[in-house]
Design a protein around this ligand. Structure first.
Ligand SMILES: [Mg+2]
Length: 240
């Protein structure tokens, strides 16, 4: 159970707790593209709007709700809910060990995701780490104006939900540079960018090679790790 007396570790789930090499982002990108097409949009228009909404709102779905009156639960069922996750990711013993080695007398460990709860829970269950996560902050598709990363409101809601008294004590890991920058801008204390340099993933329907932002200024004091074991190095104080 989550204990407010402990510090809080927030871990992003998609493309963080599993590798971008799983291909889930590409499969998800195809599903979302098909969803745009199902609204009667032509190929090119669907691709352009998918990217535009993702870039503008952090999630393609928010643009679909705002401009096309899409029901988020229908979107969730047809996109995230239909992903063949069991074929793409497997139970991960080393991730399980890593999470078990975190000292739970010091910290609570939460998931912090832009997906809806069923997808997040499904991923954690397949990876066999669901019992090691104290809580999940997710996008609540049932609320008409739900927030998502990188909105400051999403981060504020996360602090409230996890009962975090001091942002300086927060630990946060995410594969999206925009999301870690947003956390840092809000004063979150221990922010780390998970960056699998060289792999490809799909964002806003576009294939992108993952690369680290270069130069000390652009790093904004944020540590970068290329694999999850790197958490032991950048956050030694939270491990047993
Ligand atoms: Mg992610």
């Amino acid at each position: 159970m989550s204990d407010p007396a402990r510090k809080t570790v927030f871990l992003d789930i998609d493309n963080t707790l599993y590798s971008a090499s799983s291909g889930i982002s590409a499969t998800m990108g195809k599903r979302i593209h098909e969803y745009f097409r199902s609204l009667g949009l032509e190929e090119e228009e669907a691709s352009a709007l998918h990217l535009k909404y993702y870039t503008t709102y952090g999630l393609a779905l928010r643009g679909l709700i705002l401009h096309h009156d899409v029901d988020p639960l229908d979107f969730d069922k047809k996109c995230d809910g239909s992903l063949p996750l069991e074929d793409l990711i497997k139970p991960n013993p080393s991730l399980r060990q890593l999470l078990q080695d975190i000292d739970r007398t010091k910290v609570n460990v939460w998931g912090l995701t832009n997906a809806y709860r069923p997808h997040a829970e499904r991923v954690l269950r397949i990876l066999n780490v669901d019992d090691l996560i104290d809580g999940i902050v997710f996008c609540d598709y049932q609320k008409p104006h739900f927030s998502c990363k990188p909105d400051p409101q999403f981060y504020r809601d996360a602090l409230e939900k996890a009962q975090v008294p001091d942002v300086a004590d927060v630990y946060f890991l995410d594969d999206s540079r925009i999301n870690v920058d947003a956390a840092r801008a809000l004063g979150w204390g221990h922010v780390v960018h998970f960056c699998e340099t060289g792999l490809v993933h799909v964002e806003g329907g576009k294939v992108k090679q993952i690369s680290e932002r270069k130069g000390p200024e652009s790093q904004n004091g944020i540590e970068v790790i290329e694999n999850l074991e790197g958490m032991r190095k950048v956050w030694p104080e939270i491990f047993k």
